[in-house]
Design a protein around this ligand. Structure first.
Ligand code: HEM
Length: 393
């Protein structure tokens, strides 16, 4: 019997469709995987991925968090945002927006979020509809845009640009002209909106960022400039839109494959938040984040030299049987104290929007339980996205 060589290609059809068999082999056969062609490393075991997320002194975000950025050291100055920073700069930027995303502040948004979600569901034909295109793709961008202060008429346009910036053809590693055009359009849009809010401030996050003071390297404080605020808005608008879309789509697919779990939810709505955690673990919308090694790392007999892209495969770690009992089983009642769910990352960059994402997803799932206590998926209408680091339908 021969075994096929182990290849992890994050830009392949195979990866976009079902990365889990590859992850299983990586954890067992090559826990520090090295790709000679592209010159990157990948960590797949829970223990290693969690430790790397926590260790920003070894694994830096400052050169970007996808392969092309880290390889080329090509982060454009205008796309500097906190997700591409290491402490202490990262901490100073994050503290500016931390307050807006506390569980308490998020609870205050519940009414608005519920309204936006309910509105979208009144628009669908409940005999048959596309859960992603007609529902889960539409409301998350509306929620985060409301927080930022983007006027309603522009919100879906932003989502289309974000989609355009993240789309990758199989095999495409570098951003192409269409991706860059979308990035430029998003940046120009927020830049113009910032000018407008400088003239006429409102009670929204962009106006808040204009007024905020940030501590600089020399110990003094200054206001954020337009490029920095554009960076914030672009990051929040992107991170807040794509991932919840994927989580809700992934949930509907997993519950269709595991109908007994859907029945548990119908019987007991208090399990909804546990269900969200399980979808996040089982099929993480953000499968990986890339880091740049800053020093020699000796792990499992391999040495990762400095300056190399290292994939932290949260999507694999979340299925590691050494961390989770029956890791490949979708089970909303599992013991969540067994190991850290890495679906929202971990360490200093762990998801700023986690509380908001959990609330949005829980409300969406509740409303779907009401709308379709029984449902079937039309499988041949389902298509997976091929995007930079997000996985879903
Ligand atoms: C299910 C939905 C979501 C998932 C799975 C998710 C996942 C993640 C992950 C894995 C990271 C870590 C990135 C890294 O370590 O490099 C992250 C960071 C981040 N997320 Fe989320 N996210 C979700 C929703 C949201 C929402 C709704 C927002 C909106 C505010 C948001 C904003 C952010 C931001 C700003 C960061 C960067 C934090 C930092 O650099 O300190 N996310 N997210």
């Amino acid at each position: 019997m021969t075994t096929a060589p182990l290849v992890f290609d994050p830009f392949s059809d195979e990866f976009f469709t079902d990365p889990y068999p590859t992850y299983r082999r990586m954890r067992a056969e090559a826990p520090v995987y090295y790709d000679e062609r592209q010159g990157f490393y990948a960590l797949s075991r829970h223990r290693d991925v969690a430790a790397a997320f926590k260790d920003h002194e070894t694994y830096s975000s400052a050169r970007g968090i996808d392969l092309a950025m880290v390889k080329n050291d090509s982060l454009p100055a205008e796309s500097r945002s906190m997700i591409f920073m290491d402490p202490p700069e990262h901490r100073r930027m994050r503290s500016l927006v931390n307050k807006v995303f506390t569980p308490r502040a998020i609870t205050a948004l519940k009414g608005t979020v519920t309204e936006l979600i309910e509105y979208r569901l009144t628009e669908v034909d409940n005999a048959q509809f596309d859960v992603v295109a007609e529902f889960s793709a539409l409301f998350p961008v509306e929620v985060i845009s409301t927080v930022l202060g983007v006027p309603a008429e522009h919100r879906q346009q932003i989502r289309e640009w974000v989609d355009g910036s993240l789309h990758r053809r199989p095999g495409q590693i570098e951003m192409d002209e269409t991706n860059w055009e979308a990035v430029t359009q998003i940046g120009t849009f927020y830049y113009d909106l910032i000018q407008e809010r400088r003239r006429h401030p409102r009670d929204d996050m962009i106006s808040g960022l204009i007024a905020a003071q940030v501590e600089r390297d020399d110990g003094g404080t200054t206001q954020l400039d337009d490029i920095e605020i554009t960076g914030f808005a672009t990051l929040l608008g992107g991170a807040g839109a794509e991932t919840v879309t994927k989580l809700v789509g992934n949930a509907i697919v997993q519950f269709a494959r595991n109908p007994e779990q859907w029945h548990k939810l119908l019987d007991d709505r208090s399990r909804v938040s546990a269900a969200i955690e399980e979808v996040l673990r089982y099929e993480a919308p953000a499968q990986y984040n890339v880091r740049c090694s800053l020093k020699d790392v000796h792990l499992h007999g391999v040495t990762i030299p400095p300056g190399k892209p290292v994939f932290l495969l949260g999507g694999s770690a979340n299925r590691d049987p050494d961390a989770f009992t029956d890791a490949d089983k979708f089970d909303i009642d599992r013991d969540r104290s067994e190991a850290q769910n890495l679906g929202f990352g971990y360490g200093v960059h762990s998801c700023l929007g986690a509380a908001l994402a959990r609330m949005e997803s829980a409300i969406a799932l509740e409303k779907l339980l009401d709308l379709m206590p029984r449902y079937e998926v039309v499988w041949d209408g389902c298509k997976r996205v091929s995007m930079q680091n997000v996985a879903g339908w």
